[in-house]
Each structure stands twice: as structure tokens, then as C-alpha cells.
Design a protein around this ligand. Structure first.
Ligand SMILES: NC(=O)c1ccc[n+]([C@@H]2O[C@H](COP(=O)([O-])OP(=O)(O)OC[C@H]3O[C@@H](n4cnc5c(N)ncnc54)[C@H](O)[C@@H]3O)[C@@H](O)[C@H]2O)c1
Ligand SMILES: N[C@H](CO)Cc1c[nH]c[nH+]1
Ligand SMILES: [Zn+2]
Length: 435
């Protein structure tokens, strides 16, 4: 972890200190994604199959998620694992049901003119579930359950096959828990292209979707971005790339816990980024040493070490400055392990999720606290929130006007229309006053 003193840096130094790993924006990711999309647009399902075989060693396959298949998959898991999945799914469902947006009441702005905002689910959602280096069935729960609570008509998930071409039984159980419609073993940009254009495969048809959701590596994140830039392409939820965690810790933090939290995100991806911010030199020194100690015994030490090359340990003057730095970075996850952590939350304006105090392990949020763990990365949190039921819905205003309401408001509208030089608008308003 590179050690940095915030107050010894000039503006350029500060920008560099909070830069995302360069790998994520490297040109070859963009060009490979473009090549895959062009090929899928030209050759359809055959191109998807060719890329899937080339990159992941297996042709796309549809996974059965019938009750029978789910029961078999459940039987393949230790009972405690199936129970843990059920607890996680229940918590995610409870949180999203309680936070689903409701239609507003009618609001009368002028007597006889009333409007309200109503929410409608989108028609179809393509859910990307990462699986390149670990089968993230938790991401399936975090996407498919909010989609189902929102009432989305068709929910299709795609996920890469494991190295031997198989699917983890927990993926099938999670899909069943979440009431998913389709699950495909297909990953990377080729999966996103399939959901964008719709393709006919040997294993069946993937219909195009209205909106793409989900996290993924740099290829997946770029594919979603590119898909949503195409004319008539699907919308996308947000940039949700390699994981990020920024921890604000003071000298009273539990250094072992802070180090463990940093490593929990570093182990995701060589491109994941973890940042430690503290007003205490001792905390920075001790936590860095603790990270080095703990990484030794991790099964994914190689990935975590590669990520740690992009990590930072930043010394700030005080907690107010720590919050300033956190807001500037806009992390996917922010953990505050400092005195009066809850009070500091008031200063935070940009983070996908905030974990308050030492007991709020980010890992709990990753799996089972309830809110979706699909969150914006790369500074997206400065303007965007994470996945919620609202992400799967749209709003419409509904406007109702009585004859008296029209008589009162039409002259206003007609006047404004003529000021804009739009005579047809004005006449349409005038007609409402002539009855
Ligand atoms: N932001 C969030 O909310 C969030 C949530 C969960 C996970 N994540 C992140 O998701 C990511 C998962 O990454 P992953 O790699 O394990 O799985 P992944 O499923 O995102 O990516 C694997 C796919 O990448 C494609 N790919 C790999 N190398 C390629 C190459 N050279 N050219 C073209 N395509 C290539 C392959 O087709 C493969 O199927 C991690 O970075 C993790 O941190 C983010
Ligand atoms: N930390 C990831 C979000 O960035 C989500 C996840 C899934 N499994 C474990 N963690
Ligand atoms: Zn995680």
C-alpha cells in the first residue's frame, strides 16, 4: 500500500493519489469489446458461441431452474449453505419490499388541475452475474430479487461457466430463490452483446432486454457502457466495475479488522482498489503491517497482492479532511471505523454504501444485510446510487384536469406558448377555454 501524506501534495498529486487503476481504462478493453459487438451484430448467435468458446472454453448453455433442478442443486449443497442462501435471500427481499417506491398522491397545483407520479416496472432486465474468478451467486440475489420485487416482467441472468464448464449449485438455488426466469452460462462482453441484440443459439433464443444490470470486470463494464450508447440499445444501471473500498480509520480502530476489510475487497480482482485514510500515523503503519501479515495466508493472495499495488494509505489532518477525501474519491464502499462514526456520515456525500463502525463489516453488506451490493464504482457514486427497486422501474406523471381547471390554466399556457413562438400549442390550449 503506497503511503501518502495528503497535505504534502499539490493539486496534481492529490488527483494522482485518488486515481483509479489505469488498467481499467486501457484502450484494448474498449477495442476488444467493440470487436465482439461488431461480430455479434454481424453473425448473431454463432459469433456469441465462438467468443464464448475462445474466452471461456464453453458454448453458451441454458441452465434449468425448475423446482426439480433447484431441489437437486439444494441437495448438492451442505444444509447450512442452503440455509445461509435462504437467510440472505429473505433479507434482500424484506429490504427491497420495504423500500419499493410508492405512487404519490394527487397534487392539485391549480383548482381542477391535479397530477401524480406513478411507478411502473420495466419490461425486461438482463442481469450480469460475475463468475470469471469466483461464482458470485450473491450478485444474482442482489439483482434478481429487487427486479422481482419491482415487478419486472422478464428477468434473464447470464454468468460465465466455471473452468470445467459447470455451474455452481448455489447459482441454481439462488436463481430459484429469486424467482428468475432464465439463467444462461455465458459471460463477458459476448453475454452483454447477446442481451443487447438478441441471438439464436443452439441452446435456445436469448431475447433482447430493455435494460442491463450488474457488476463485472473491465470488459463487462465497458460492454454495458457501449451497449447503452448504441441507437435503440438497452439502458444500463451504472458503471459497476472492479470493487472499491475506502476505510476511514482513527487510532482507536481495530487494526486487525480494518486490514481484514481492506483485503476482503482486494481479493476480488487485481483491478480492485482499496484505500485507507487516517489522521493517525500509527494507525497507517499498523494497518499496513497487518495487511501484509494477513495477505500471506489468503487463498487468493496473488490477486489481493496485485490489487494492493494500487492501494493507498493516506494521512490526513483530521476526520473532516478524511471525509473530504472520501467524497472526492466517491468509493463504491465506505467504511468508517472511527470515534463517532455515525456523526461523520452526515459529512459524506458520495459513496455507494456506507458501513458505520467496526461491527458493520462490508462483508455483511456483500451477502446478507439486505441492500443490494451492486453499487457504482469509478466515482459514479458522486452522481448515482446503487441498485434498488427503483432501478427496475420508471416514473410517469398522470395529469387530470377539469373544465374549470382548464379554463384557469389554459390562458397561462397559451401565453407562454406564444412567447416561445409555438402557435399550435397556444391554439390547443385556447380550445379548452371555448367550451
Ligand atoms: N461494483 C459492484 O457492485 C461489484 C459487485 C460484485 C463484483 N464486482 C466486481 O466484478 C468483477 C468480477 O470479475 P471477474 O473477472 O471475476 O468476472 P466477470 O464475470 O466480470 O468477467 C469474466 C469474463 O470476462 C471475460 N474476459 C476475461 N478476459 C478477457 C479478455 N482478455 N478479453 C475479453 N474478455 C475477457 C470473459 O469472457 C469472462 O467470461 C470483479 O472486478 C469484482 O470486483 C463488482
Ligand atoms: N464486494 C462486491 C461488490 O463490489 C460484492 C461481492 C460479491 N461477493 C462478495 N462480494
Ligand atoms: Zn465483496
Amino acid at each position: 500500500m503506497k503511503r501518502i501524506d495528503w497535505n504534502k501534495l499539490d493539486a496534481a498529486g492529490r488527483q494522482a493519489a485518488l486515481a483509479r487503476p489505469q488498467q481499467r481504462t486501457e484502450g484494448f478493453v474498449t477495442s476488444v469489446v467493440r470487436e465482439i459487438f461488431d461480430d455479434v451484430q454481424a453473425r448473431g448467435g454463432q459469433a456469441v458461441t465462438d467468443w464464448a468458446i475462445k474466452l471461456d472454453g464453453a458454448a453458451p448453455r441454458r441452465v434449468e431452474i425448475t423446482e426439480k433442478a433447484a431441489a437437486e442443486a439444494r441437495a448438492d449443497l451442505p444444509p447450512a449453505a442452503a440455509r445461509a442462501l435462504r437467510v440472505a435471500a429473505d433479507n434482500v427481499r424484506v429490504f427491497h419490499a420495504a423500500t419499493r417506491p410508492e405512487d404519490s398522491a394527487f397534487i392539485e397545483t391549480t383548482p381542477g388541475v391535479k397530477s401524480k407520479l406513478v411507478w411502473r416496472p420495466i419490461g425486461s432486465a438482463g442481469l450480469y452475474v460475475p463468475g470469471g474468478t469466483a461464482p458470485l451467486f450473491s450478485s444474482l440475489l442482489m439483482l434478481a430479487i429487487p427486479a422481482s420485487v419491482a415487478g419486472v416482467g422478464r428477468r434473464v441472468a447470464v454468468t460465465p461457466p466455471s473452468k470445467d464448464g459447470s455451474v455452481h449449485p448455489a447459482m441454481i438455488v439462488a436463481a430459484a430463490e429469486a424467482g428468475l426466469d432464465e439463467l444462461w452460462l455465458l459471460g463477458g462482453a459476448q453475454a452483454i452483446a447477446a442481451l443487447t441484440f438478441g441471438v439464436e443459439l443452439e441452446a435456445g433464443v436469448i431475447e433482447p432486454v430493455d435494460k442491463l444490470f450488474g457488476p463485472g470486470n473491465a470488459y463487462v463494464a465497458e460492454a454495458k457502457r457501449y451497449a447503452s450508447s448504441l441507437p435503440n440499445g438497452p439502458a444500463q444501471d451504472m458503471p459497476a466495475g472492479p470493487s472499491e473500498l475506502l476505510v476511514i480509520a482513527d487510532r482507536d480502530a481495530d487494526f486487525e479488522i480494518v486490514a481484514a476489510d481492506l483485503l476482503s475487497q482486494a481479493e476480488h480482482d487485481a483491478d480492485a482498489q482499496v484505500i485507507l485514510v487516517s489522521d493517525s500515523g500509527t494507525a497507517l503503519t499498523e494497518i499496513r503491517a497487518e495487511v501484509e501479515r494477513q495477505v500471506e495466508t489468503l487463498p487468493r493472495a496473488a490477486i489481493a497482492r496485485a490489487s494492493l499495488e494500487q492501494a493507498r494509505a493516506i494521512r490526513v489532518a483530521d476526520m473532516a479532511e478524511a471525509c473530504f477525501v472520501a467524497n472526492l474519491y466517491g468509493p463504491e464502499h465506505l467504511s468508517i471505523q472511527a470515534e463517532e462514526a455515525e456523526r461523520l456520515v452526515e459529512r459524506i456525500t458520495a459513496a455507494g454504501a456506507v458501513f458505520v463502525g467496526q461491527w458493520a463489516a462490508e462483508t455483511l453488506g456483500d451477502y446478507a444485510a439486505g441492500p443490494s451490493h451492486v453499487l457504482p464504482t469509478d466515482g459514479g457514486a458522486r452522481t448515482l446510487g446503487g441498485v434498488t427497486t427503483a432501478s427496475f422501474m420508471t416514473t410517469m406523471s398522470v395529469q387530470m384536469v377539469t373544465q374549470a381547471g382548464a379554463a384557469a390554466l389554459a390562458p397561462v399556457a397559451a401565453r407562454l406558448a406564444r412567447m416561445e413562438g409555438l402557435e399550435a400549442h397556444a391554439r390547443a390550449a385556447d380550445l379548452r377555454t371555448e367550451a
